[in-house]
Design a protein around this ligand. Sequence first.
Ligand code: NAD
Length: 478
Amino acid sequence: MKKITVAKGDGIGPEIMDATLSIIMAAGAQIEIEEIEVGEKVYLSGNTSGIAKESWESIRRNKVFLKAPITTPQGGGYKSLNVTTRKMLGLFSNVRPCSSLYPFVPTKHPNLDMVIIRENEEDLYAGIEHQQTDEVIQCLKLVSRPGCEKIIRYAFEYAKTHGRKKVTCFTKDNIMKQTDGLFHKVFDEIGEEYPDIEKEHWIIDIGAAKMADTPEIFDVIVTLNLYGDVLSDVAAQIAGSVGLAGSANIGEEYAMFEAIHGSAPRIAGQNKANPSGLLHGAIMMLNHLGQNHVAERVHNAWLKTLEDGIHTYDIYREGVSKQKVSTSEFADAIIERLGQVPSQLKPVKYESRNPIHLPAYQRKAAADKALQGVDLFVHWRGEDANELGHILNDLKTEHLQLTMISNRGIKVWPEGFKETFCTDHWRCRFSAEGGSQPSKEEIIKLQELAYHKNLDVIKTENLYQFDGKAAYSLGQGQ
Ligand code: NAD
């Protein structure tokens, strides 16, 4: 008997959780439930994280958390509980399988069968945002080597243990050469350790278009946090409905299982929501707990129910469906079919697998890091980059001098285009001549000089070479 933490959430949460638990318990799940309260009520009681300290203790004790969707109250100040939980518990991998149930659930893609593995802790979801000038706000995109190695190795291990043939990596490294470039590089490095698995890389824009058009050519997809968030909803929707998909958030020690959809407040309390998404989360949880036989019974009974035309309102179609049922009737229909397998849809077969354990991250030897210069970001309300260039040209140290000004990444000095639109946020690059190395003191000196010229420096970024390679972006047009 395994004790798990359960949160019934908000909106349709309690209905779909009751349905899900009744099905898995009837199927013989060996679990004991410890319920906690998270979400709207907790937020509105003044706790901006949406979860109480005792509830964290329950999750940390039980290590497995089945969570219904929650409502994040409108307005500022409330942190997303999902993002917090994933990051606090180190749930670095978000696994979202999607497959078609054609012809029982209409889809243009009858052969869609893929798994999206999304990095869950980094990227733009690090949640580090700052307003720096009247006109410009920054969101930091953080991508780390340990983060890339963990998720990419997880994706390959997942493919290997689940008999999947191909892993596709999606990035935008033609534009984000450093961050997405690292993800792609690590994908190529780790991919070499898996010679039996086909590997490919797509630029996310055309890759996403291809996925929406011909999803059957994809198998396992691994990608960064934001792309994965968007793509997995698209994948679930084109497979039939976002209401059908579940997700597993997996870390080294903890795991959280949920539906991918939200709390659907408009249909809450009406006993009409489709519990399939959360049920899928629960099926993944049972597999995670090694209760594969129960997971298989539940999944096959669910397929048989859909095949028998017993559908909730969201997937009900005249001519295909036979009976429109409520949430609880749908659960009862699945329970009645426990032990049966579908005859047209492919039955699932779950085997006991060892959980994926990744080797601990091995920190690499430190690179040879050499300071090359500095970008001073300046809040300046003028319009003519040449004027700013003129002011900054006076700022010099032994090795550093102004070499470029860009505005929103586009070079505007020297020799900018007068057509380029400029905001009040200027990146002013000071570099060392001919490979000479400035000292950190020179950067402080530059800031001092800027201060005495009444320039509003709002941040600095040092420019480094790592092992002889410049590790910063050029200005567009530079
Ligand atoms: P939603 O997913 O709740 O609803 C989108 C649409 O899908 C609605 O028309 C809804 O009726 C329908 N739908 C969703 N789940 C369904 C189901 N199981 N059966 C039938 N129809 C279903 O998205 P939203 O309306 O943008 O968000 C509502 C609330 O949910 C917001 O407060 C949001 O913050 C929250 N949310 C929570 C989670 C989570 O807890 N994991 C995820 C997404 C959104």
